[in-house]
Design a protein around this ligand. Sequence first.
Ligand SMILES: Cc1cc2nc3c(=O)[nH]c(=O)nc-3n(C[C@H](O)[C@H](O)[C@H](O)COP(=O)(O)OP(=O)(O)OC[C@H]3O[C@@H](n4cnc5c(N)ncnc54)[C@H](O)[C@@H]3O)c2cc1C
Length: 503
Amino acid sequence: MKVAFVGGGCGTCTSSFYLDKLMAEKNIDTDITIFESSSNMGGRLQQVKVTDDVIVDLGGSIYHTGVNPTVVKVREDYMEKMKNNANTNKIVETINIYDDVESLGVWDGKQFVYRGPTKLYFVSIIQKILIDTFKDFLYLGTILSFFNKKLHQLMIIISMVFTYGFGSILGIKKFKDKEGGDNVIKLFLDFNNVDYYTAFGKYMPVHLVHINAKNILSKYGVSDKFINEVLEPVTRNIYSQNLDRYHSMAMLTTVLSGDSSKLRTFKKGNGAFFEEVAKSIEKCTIKRNTKVTFIEKVHDGKYQVTSKGPSGQSSTQVFDVVVLGAPFEKLNVEIKNVPDAHQLLSKIPKRDFVPVCLAVVSGVPNHKYFKCENVGSVPLVIRTTKVADVNNCPFLTFQALWFDVKNNCRIYKVQSKERLTREELDSLFSEKHFVYQHDFEYGYPLLEALEEGHRLPAKLSENLYYINSVESLSSAMEASAWSGRNIANLIADDSTIQKQSSQ
Ligand SMILES: Cc1cc2nc3c(=O)[nH]c(=O)nc-3n(C[C@H](O)[C@H](O)[C@H](O)COP(=O)(O)OP(=O)(O)OC[C@H]3O[C@@H](n4cnc5c(N)ncnc54)[C@H](O)[C@@H]3O)c2cc1C
């Protein structure tokens, strides 16, 4: 069986990995081709090496070990498959991105409207002294460091309660519990669904995608101040968009990723991990710089795929199955002779995408810009409110990551809607040792409330599948990996494929 995957992101890497595994179990010989239009695999997972041992993810950066079971499973299954390979441990090593991030600020472009928990910092200083004193006693050091992290989480909650009152925090918890937040894990553990609207509806109140998030939060007693100063800065951070057009399903998945101790990133880069997952497939050809332009159904239900290679030459190949692995609005592929696919595609809402620009800077933030007394009092994570746009704030999020030992400063990631200019970078940083900028032309779909009647098909026609219809509901590594794995199951279970392959 010959299978074409269009796009080299985490969705197709996961899908091809599981398809290969399932077909091997059925003794069906499978040849996989992944077409990637750019020179890099990974799609919206890209990375940059800042120092010898620090790699920073530019796009999809973190997954949550609690609510992202598919990513966790891909890692486990890859480890199992590659257990005899000397490099495997390096590839699967993960770290907590928020490990030593201790302070948060919400910036409106002129001032911090929320700061926490630096005011309760004396407690953590005592903790640190204790850890330093006892660090030779490994156990005691680990226990104290564990309590230190828990204490910081507690301090954030206490300072939030002081600032915003109990009602809103309780309202968020009720929203999560009553609307079936826990079921998201069951959803991600369930596969074999041809329509994602139905799949989500099996476990979660799917009507949430038709309701604006603000309406539902107000119903649960969450105050406008909490929405504007806590929740919207988070949606501006993780989806680069304001909450006012956000649907409630996206809100539910946003609040589920709250526990920062469960956030992980692959140390060598998330894109690098998924690329290795695809490379572990025995019969897999990866065609970089090769853009698929045309897919036509030909004889025996097969598909002829036309692509343009690195030197501009066109070529065609025939495949039994084709899997589309990028948002259809961005694929730029013409599909011919597949009327049912066209009909289904017309039922997917046409989505607008927001671009996301990243600057990775190893340097020292300009404390005067943030109206702070000194560099030490600049919060390590700075999110912005919508008012920041009105105040011409050039960034959405300003976040300290790891330490650059050589230059004795921190490494920052600054996210914005437009690429930061040199002047803007100069005003944000008083010292810069390393600067790298990357723009994602299409970052996320606008997660707007959908009208009734839309379908979100994983299967467009016989042997033609589409990973990214799921992005109207959730746009994350987990969603694409889950959809990719689901499609591998659907292909493997398809009786026509098995019949064709046995002939
Ligand atoms: C700045 C940013 C931060 C993010 N942070 C997180 C995060 O912290 N956690 C998280 O879970 N998710 C995050 N995401 C979302 C996550 O990165 C994406 O949801 C996920 O990577 C999508 O993967 P994919 O494989 O479905 O698609 P993509 O990654 O978009 O891959 C599609 C690939 O297809 C290729 N392609 C397109 N058209 C063609 C064609 N015609 N022929 C051949 N190839 C083609 C593209 O070049 C691309 O490489 C973030 C996204 C961005 C932009």
